[in-house]
Ligand binder design. Structure first.
Ligand SMILES: Cc1cc2nc3c(=O)[nH]c(=O)nc-3n(C[C@H](O)[C@H](O)[C@H](O)COP(=O)(O)OP(=O)(O)OC[C@H]3O[C@@H](n4cnc5c(N)ncnc54)[C@H](O)[C@@H]3O)c2cc1C
Length: 463
């Protein structure tokens, strides 16, 4: 039987859950054929548990938006290559469009899928949109990655500014979903992305609403209230002065170009734009170092005598180290799937220096618990804090968790929020509760700061 239905254009959503500034969607509309919007839940590319929770919300929210336009987001489960081949066979699609992803596994899969689809005669196009600049466009003359952030940023700023964001398509004509075998179709309720037994996501639900509209609200709120004080207040976790856009950027509810242009219109401090630059820098490092999450960028650290300490690791993960700022951060992470940047640095430093535990253990824990986890920013920042990366804080600079606490949470606002058993202590006593002699149901420090520092430096001198 001849299929007389118009050959649709498939738009495959992956990390770009928005309709504005979405080139794949816009170009699909221009093609003039009905559009089939799809997501494929492929086990080989699913993120950690907290980010999976977010992914569920991202899919649901984009589906609602598309339904408001008369369409839907169709969710399939299985190996992407096979699922796409089946959808193409059932719909007679003439083209598949997507926005690029840059992680090594994603790039490898996309290259193979592109070749496969083109061999079947389809038009396949991929578009930028997840970064300010393509990772290969900011590199040295010898096409090597920059190893120093300031040099990277100088080169990035010398390029033309990111393209002004594209508007959302005004109207889309949607293609009906293909009849697919039950095993490949997924309903939102049964997509397997949400935690069930136990349901640990209550704190995430209280804190976040994934979606494009929410990302826009978050951005305008930040630019209205906090943009001006950002440069000075961003290091103080009690102040909540940062944008909290990271998970929205991670899942593409907002593009970095949209953030960039909104921020420059409001004359937001350069410091904020530079943080978006750190995000691009991380992706550049991953692009040129696909094993960023597993290999020390400074090979001398391969000889580092990391300790095997399951008890210490568990105390760190549960926020029970006896160091209030570290514990506040680890509890914030567990409860909300997010942690303030300054506290991420203190907590990371504590694991790799005070406990002398391999940074890869921490990287894995963050990968599973952060809603904003991405495979570039997380390992880059871990390697930066551990001193094993490029342009990294030197290992011998051991952050003192008590001084960091006194400096960046002077009144204990943040600690009181996340370590309520210390809430009654004075502003002075709260940073080192063991010194005051007051009674409270809070653990004694699992390591002594001075002894741990000496142990870390002795280990480092051995390599
Ligand atoms: C050990 C460790 C692990 C981290 N893991 C991640 C991760 O998996 N995903 C992630 O997005 N960020 C990660 N970060 C970076 C940073 O902590 C978060 O991006 C930031 O806290 C997000 O909060 P915000 O959106 O309010 O940031 P803002 O201060 O408002 O910054 C705006 C945006 O810039 C980007 N950005 C800011 N700082 C950094 C940075 N140091 N590196 C890369 N991008 C940055 C983020 O996209 C952020 O949303 C990590 C930091 C550390 C120390």
């Amino acid at each position: 039987m001849v299929n007389l239905a118009p050959a649709p254009t498939i738009v495959w959503f992956r990390e770009d859950f928005r309709i504005a500034d979405n080139m794949a969607l816009l170009e699909a509309e221009k093609r003039g054929q009905p559009t089939l919007c799809i997501v494929i839940l492929d086990d080989a590319h699913l993120p950690g548990a907290a980010a999976r929770w977010w992914l569920h919300g991202a899919i649901r929210s984009l589906d609602e938006t598309l339904r408001g336009m008369g369409g839907a987001l169709h969710v399939f489960r299985g190996a992407a290559r096979a699922v796409l081949a089946e959808i193409v066979r059932k719909t007679g699609a003439g083209a598949v469009f997507w926005n690029r992803r840059y992680d090594p596994a994603g790039r490898e899969a996309d290259t193979a899928i592109k070749a496969d689809l083109r061999a079947r005669g389809l038009t396949v196009r991929s578009f930028p949109g997840a970064l300010l600049h393509e990772p290969w466009s900011v590199c040295t003359r010898s096409v090597a990655p920059y190893k120093i952030f300031t040099a990277f940023w100088r080169a990035a700023c010398a390029l033309p500014a990111p393209f002004p964001p594209h508007p959302a398509p005004e109207r889309l004509v949607f293609a009906p979903p293909p009849p697919m075998p039950d095993s490949l179709i997924t309903r939102h309720e049964q997509d397997g992305l949400l935690p069930r037994h136990p349901d640990w996501a209550g704190g995430l639900r209280d804190m976040w609403s994934p979606g494009e509209e929410e990302a826009g609200d978050q951005l305008s709120d930040f630019l209205r209230h906090d943009g001006a004080g950002y440069a000075t207040a961003r290091d103080f976790p009690g102040d909540e002065a940062t944008s909290r856009l990271s998970p929205f950027l991670r899942f593409g509810h907002v593009s970095p170009a949209q953030v960039w242009h909104a921020a420059t219109r409001k004359a937001c401090p350069d410091k904020f734009l530079m943080e978006l630059g750190w995000r691009d820098f991380a992706w550049s490092l991953l692009f040129f170092n696909p094993d960023l999450a597993t290999r020390n960028l400074r090979p001398e650290f391969d000889a580092m005598p990391w300790r095997h300490d399951p008890g210490g690791l568990a105390a760190w993960q549960r926020g029970q180290t006896g160091y209030p700022l570290v514990d506040a951060g680890m509890r914030e992470l567990w409860h909300t799937g997010w942690m303030h940047n300054r506290v991420r640095m203190v907590a990371a430093s504590f694991l790799v220096k005070h406990l002398l535990i391999d940074w890869r253990e921490g990287e894995r824990w963050f990968a599973d618990t952060l809603v904003d986890h991405d495979p570039a920013s997380n390992p880059m920042n871990w390697q930066w804090n551990a001193g094993t990366g490029v342009d990294a804080a030197p290992y011998f600079r051991v952050m003192n968790p008590i001084l960091q606490s006194r400096k960046f949470d002077p009144h204990g606002v943040y600690i009181r929020r996340w370590v309520p058993e210390l809430a009654h202590l004075s502003d002075d006593a709260i940073h080192a509760p063991w010194e005051s002699g007051a009674t409270h149901p809070y653990p004694a420090p699992i390591v002594d700061h001075r002894a741990a520092r000496e142990r870390a430096l002795a280990a480092w001198k051995m390599i």
